[in-house]
Design a binder for this molecule. Structure first.
Ligand SMILES: Cc1cc2nc3c(=O)[nH]c(=O)nc-3n(C[C@H](O)[C@H](O)[C@H](O)COP(=O)(O)OP(=O)(O)OC[C@H]3O[C@@H](n4cnc5c(N)ncnc54)[C@H](O)[C@@H]3O)c2cc1C
Length: 510
């Protein structure tokens, strides 16, 4: 095996930088250097311009491309950038052959370290899989996993079409869709995973399968929310929907905290009654910013109709700022991207509760109580985000044989997303503890009040949360069966340890 001098040097530098990272973050278990040296060398021989190691400009650009600092701080032994499904297959076969631990990256927006960047292992960067094409009859969009949602929406806009995907420009197609995927249009059509007609998947054996309800119904079910436990999806074939000129209505209203009770009453009322106009969608966020707590409400409407009446109660509350208007879908995602800068330390947490005004108020009270002691952390921007999993969304989840998420409630639910960003590693422990306290206290209260719901949304969960078991015993067992069939050796459980496994959370994988 011939290894170029520069690659060999780069690999040594990667090892050194991995050792530096281990000193900072002791929870990260490094891959075996020998196995990943072999994996990177084998791939570099076959694809010399697509393997990048420490010390090269492309490797440095790769490390800087993650949303969270924690992910950027876990340098892989090398990065492989495939450009086709057969090249992804080559990567899986090589990882198996060498037993090198790997991670897979699409948009790189998972928050915790190792989720989509393998510390001292092989990171498979899927951004070269960036097809966006329409079927002849325009009913299906073939979307490569490496696209961001902005790229998808802006490419489909001239055809007056949209798909069900993310609400922030830079989020990747791959992670959002394999974990679920909440869209502005979910009250009309369901979550992203409920709008996939076909998945192109590379399985643990390296086979490339077309997975749909007819070809492999069990794997199709598992991919709809089961995360990266069954294969690497290279292309999503998504149902399209008309959106003339890409136009809709949306934006943000910002409020002072004095109006919190009116905001939460309007939020609860919206969640209970949105089936009267499923074009509407809503996100409520409370954040500590500039020395005070503020509230904001993102309102969206799937048609270019100014000030839809369903939002009247929010418009009636005295606001500080109103950015709502008729805009393109692509531009709304850019607007929301601006409030989610990259390069900071990040943590995401989640919980689900039955929709109830008192529960929502309690969550906000506990958010403030637990955030106050950490509010002096440098650069902190803590947010408590409330959404409704509406009855319309819940009923869409049974389409095409049903998804894997196990959400069987007939009542609307509150979906909580705690999203904290800050600057210094020294503050990690106390901020993570504050988030953990909020989850523990609010979940305990929801049990006491008979408002508990076990479901954890993978895309908002922390590395300490047990996502897949939260889908319920029956779904969990079904998912384990599917994994045994398509991945009998447990390649995605053992060699890809960084994200939510079928029986483990990422923290306990390390
Ligand atoms: C600013 C921001 C806005 C967000 N907005 C939304 C939103 O509107 N709606 C919503 O539902 N969620 C939203 N999320 C959550 C988001 O869905 C998750 O963070 C998601 O994991 C990001 O996907 P990604 O491809 O960018 O991430 P990555 O970090 O690249 O991937 C996340 C996980 O998925 C795996 N993965 C990625 N691609 C594939 C693939 N093709 N095959 C198999 N596994 C794969 C990775 O290995 C990794 O484990 C948002 C998150 C952020 C930070």
């Amino acid at each position: 095996m011939v290894l170029s001098v520069s690659l060999a040097l780069s690999l040594r530098l990667a090892l050194l930088s991995a050792l530096r990272v281990r000193a900072v973050d002791p929870i990260i278990r490094p891959a075996s250097n020998h196995s990943c040296f072999s994996a990177c060398s084998l791939l570099a021989e076959r694809f010399p311009s697509q393997v990048h190691s420490s010390g090269t400009p492309l490797y440095a650009a790769f490390e800087g491309s993650f949303w969270s600092l924690q992910q950027a701080e876990t340098p892989p032994y090398c990065v492989f950038r495939p450009e086709s499904a057969p090249e992804v297959s080559a990567a899986i076969r090589t990882a198996r052959q060498t037993q090198c631990l790997f991670a897979v990256r699409s948009g790189g927006h998972a928050a915790f370290s190792g989720a989509s960047n393998a510390p001292n292992g092989l990171t498979i960067d899927l951004r070269g899989l960036n097809e966006v094409a329409l079927s002849d009859d325009n009913t299906i969009a073939h979307i490569g996993t490496g696209n961001t949602w902005y790229e998808v929406y802006s490419t489909l806009q001239p055809s007056n079409l949209a798909v069900i995907g993310g609400r922030v420009a830079a989020i990747g197609v791959g992670g959002l869709t394999t974990g679920g995927g909440i869209s502005f249009f979910s009250n009309l059509h369901g979550w992203a995973c409920d709008n996939v007609q076909n998945y192109e998947v590379v399985t643990a054996s390296g086979d490339i399968l077309q997975v749909n309800i007819s070809s492999c119904p069990d794997l199709y079910y598992a991919l709809r929310g089961g995360g990266p436990n069954f294969g690497i999806v290279t292309r999503f074939d998504l149902f399209t929907y008309p959106l003339p000129q890409g136009l809709m209505w949306g934006g943000t209203l910002a409020y002072l905290m004095n109006y919190s009770s009116s905001i939460l009453a309007a939020f609860t009322d919206f969640g209970m009654n949105v089936q009267s106009d499923p074009n509407a969608a809503l996100i409520v966020a409370y954040a500590y910013y500039g020395g005070q707590y503020l509230a904001s409400v993102d309102l969206e409407y799937a048609k270019p109709s100014a000030d839809p009446t369903i939002f009247n109660s929010f418009k009636a509350i005295p606001w500080l700022q109103d950015s709502t208007g008729i805009k393109t879908l692509a531009n709304i995602t850019l607007e929301f991207n601006a409030s989610n800068p990259s390069g900071l330390r990040e943590t995401y947490w989640t919980a689900t509760y039955q929709l109830n005004y008192t529960m929502a108020s309690y969550i906000i009270d506990i958010f403030i109580e637990e955030t106050n002691p950490v509010a002096n952390a440098t650069g902190i921007l803590p947010a408590c985000v409330l959404q409704v999993i509406t009855t319309d969304q819940l009923s869409q989840m049974s389409k095409y044989g049903g998804n894997a998420l196990g959400l069987s409630s007939t009542q609307p639910l509150i979906l909580l997303n705690l999203a904290y960003m800050w600057e210094n590693v020294e503050d990690d422990k106390r901020i993570i503890q504050a988030c953990q306290n909020i989850i523990k206290r609010t979940v305990a209260k929801s049990r006491e009040w008979g408002l508990a719901e076990d479901y954890l949304y993978m895309n908002y969960a922390s590395q300490f949360q047990d996502v897949v078991p939260s889908y319920g015993k029956e779904n969990h067992e079904k998912l384990l069966d599917v994994a045994r069939k398509y991945d009998p050796e447990g390649v995605f459980q053992k060699l890809q340890p960084g994200y939510f496994k079928l029986n483990r959370n990422p923290k306990s994988s390390r």
